[in-house]
Design a protein around this ligand. Structure first.
Ligand SMILES: Nc1ncnc2c1ncn2[C@@H]1O[C@H](COP(=O)(O)OS(=O)(=O)O)[C@@H](OP(=O)(O)O)[C@H]1O
Length: 295
């Protein structure tokens, strides 16, 4: 656990990345001035963050859609809690787009005016766990367990950046009425990206032409993003954390149900028991298998 404490920092009950932590900024985050036309993507890690960053970049920036500017997606939609050292958010032109992994109780209180918009993307927690495991074994953001068994323990105890998955999604859902928030499911985006982009554009009051819609859907596909150095996060991660593997990719598989390739029957049953206990009476549905609808 010593290594974990070196890499992660618990602040107000939530684990942050130690190296990128800006105490002054986070101490005052409650007062961070929110503009009515701000848009925030909120995710638990490995739930489709960069995907949604890319969709918003394509919707909001013609230059991104038409590839006339060489600006990375992660810069167009920066992390609220990790980019304050190099971006002056007060000077960013409107509409500002942000992304955050913060829990509901740490976001700026101005979001409760319900004018600025929040998109919460969630994904089934077994695929989140497997994606997280591979990610940490590719990019050394913090000390990673070297087996799924050990990582499952760490993840189910919430000793990871983002803390406990159950707390994150339950907290945001329970407090949804305080915010102007749209929940989006990773698996629905995967099954029908066009309908998901349409849903998002309605929420954002953006009327997209057919041509724009085609551009967005095409450039937000997994295959396209994986090969796009502006959108695949690899340069950004390489600059900030380095990589342990020659062949590791941030956009790794982008599928539904990869957990079946990594978890044993026993691990899966153990996970299910904890999930059922923690998520009893939780109304949002999840898709665990590419061939199945919600359950
Ligand atoms: N376009 C598209 N389509 C489908 N899936 C996609 C897409 N873009 C990113 N991804 C997958 O999202 C996973 C990374 O999650 P995040 O971006 O939330 O990671 S992070 O929290 O910002 O580190 C990671 O999942 P895994 O492949 O399962 O590891 C990415 O592949």
């Amino acid at each position: 656990m010593e290594d974990l404490e070196r890499d992660l920092l618990k602040f107000k009950g939530f684990y942050f990345q130690h190296k990128a932590f800006d105490t002054g900024f986070l101490e005052n985050l409650d007062d961070f001035e929110i503009r009515d036309d701000d848009v925030f993507i909120v995710t638990y890690p490995k739930s489709g963050t960069i995907w949604c960053q890319q969709i918003l970049s394509l919707i909001y920036f013609r230059e991104h859609r038409k590839r006339t500017e060489n600006v990375e997606t992660s810069y167009r939609v920066p992390f609220l809690e990790y980019c304050s050292r190099h971006i002056d958010f007060g000077k960013t032109p409107s509409p500002r787009l942000f992304v955050t992994h913060l829990p509901y109780y740490l976001v700026p209180r101005g979001l409760k005016d319900k004018k600025a918009k929040i998109i919460y993307v969630y994904r089934n927690p077994k695929d989140v766990m497997c994606s997280y495991f591979h990610y940490l074994n590719t990019y050394p953001i913090f000390k990673a367990a070297d087996s799924i068994e050990a990582f499952m323990k760490q993840y189910l105890e919430g000793k990871v950046l983002g803390s406990l998955w159950f707390d994150h999604i339950r907290g945001w859902y329970k407090h949804r009425n305080y915010f102007n928030i749209q929940f989006m499911m990773y698996e629905e985006m995967k099954k029908d990206l066009r309908s998901s982009v349409l849903k998002l554009s309605k929420f954002l009051s953006k009327d997209l032409s057919e041509e724009t819609m085609d551009d967005v859907v095409r450039q937000a596909s997994f295959e396209n993003m994986k090969d796009d150095p502006l959108a695949n996060n690899e340069n950004m991660l390489y600059r900030h954390v380095g990589s342990k593997l020659q062949e590791g990719h941030f956009l790794r598989k982008g599928t539904i149900g990869d957990w079946k390739n990594h978890m044993t029957v026993e691990q899966n049953e153990r996970f299910d028991m904890i999930f059922q206990k923690q998520m009893k009476d939780f109304p949002l549905q999840f898709i665990w298998d590419v061939n199945k609808t919600q359950n």
